[in-house]
Design a protein around this ligand. Structure first.
Ligand code: RI2
Length: 294
């Protein structure tokens, strides 16, 4: 939890492998491949839900198996890592520009948790001079809503924090919802911070548009082959303090949830605004033939 946000997590994973390659000395090509594979596993095991991390790590090690010399392999990892970080940051900026067009002067926006992609859109609309108001959820248990309201307030945006259970009440005063993504499945479902699906349900009920801001490296190729996204569960200490409840009481603390495609109006990506039904095509285009080799 030191690094938060699916995009930042992916960039941190790619950067860590790039640093490892940069600091590598001695040994054989095979030794380097072994170290790289062990390091990748440590990084991937740190966060199971956000596929951005998987895609960031795989984009960074791509081509290492084909390298003929140790120096080739090291340079491949360094340049892949830099390339991934550059493309990732560029994607967030492009999403901000595209998404801001969906925000009209006078709109009230709701957002959940702390997504740099969604906040980029909101701040860009504000920067363009649009008069907007934002409701930001607290996002228990880690309260990443605090980060969100600080960021928006610093940018000069009119922001109101609400507790998570106020979402349905406040939806009546909302025009559009913008959230981020940890993972998007091949059938266009959104996996994001727990509580996102109740924003989507409340938005649907109130006929409020629901937009997802997602770089395409949050599209999960594994879901194409029927794999489920692992929803991370965290320790009960995030929810209750020691001694607060009897030992016999169980606490369930899932950190992410799934929002079906039918509740999503559009996904705003660096390739443009797409329907959840287009995710499959983009995934095949992004990952190409390599997807179907196994
Ligand atoms: P960006 C965060 O979760 C939130 O769920 C947020 O919507 C998502 O990552 C995307 O954030 P976590 O992975 O990449 O920090 O848009 O637990 O910043």
């Amino acid at each position: 939890m030191t690094i938060r946000g699916a995009g930042k997590i992916a960039r941190a994973g790619a950067t860590a492998l790039g640093d490892m390659a940069r600091n590598h000395s001695g040994g054989t090509l095979e030794d380097f491949r072994g170290e790289l594979s062990a390091a990748s596993k440590v990084i991937l095991d740190s966060r199971p839900t956000a596929v951005s991390l998987w895609n960031g790590v795989h984009a960074t090690v791509k081509g290492v198996d084909e390298a003929k010399t140790l120096d080739d392999a090291v340079q491949t990892v360094i340049s892949n890592s830099e390339d991934f970080v550059r493309r990732s940051l560029g994607a967030v900026e492009t999403i901000a520009r595209i998404g801001a067009k969906r925000i009209s002067d006078g709109d009230t926006i709701m957002t959940h948790c702390n997504s740099s992609a969604a906040l980029g859109v909101i701040k860009e609309a504000h920067r363009q001079g649009k008069d907007i108001k934002v409701f930001a959820t607290e996002s228990r248990p880690w309260r990443q809503g605090i980060l969100t309201v600080n960021d928006l307030a610093k940018a000069g945006v009119d922001v109101t924090m609400i507790i998570d259970s106020a979402v349905r009440t406040v939806m009546r005063r909302t025009d559009k919802v913008f959230v981020g993504a940890d993972t998007i499945t091949s059938h266009g479902a959104l996996i994001n911070k727990v509580g996102t699906s109740q924003l989507a349900l409340a938005a649907n009920e109130a006929r409020v548009q629901f937009y997802v801001c997602s770089e395409t490296y949050k599209f999960s190729p594994m879901t194409l082959f029927g794999d489920m996204v692992t929803i991370e569960e965290r320790d009960i200490s995030e929810v209750v303090r020691p001694g607060e409840i009897p030992d016999s009481v169980k606490v369930f603390n899932p950190v992410f949830d799934s929002t079906p495609a039918k509740y999503i109006d559009a996904i705003i990506t660096e390739l443009g605004m797409i329907s959840p039904g287009s995710v499959y095509d983009i995934m095949v285009r992004q990952f190409g033939d390599s997807l179907f080799k196994e």
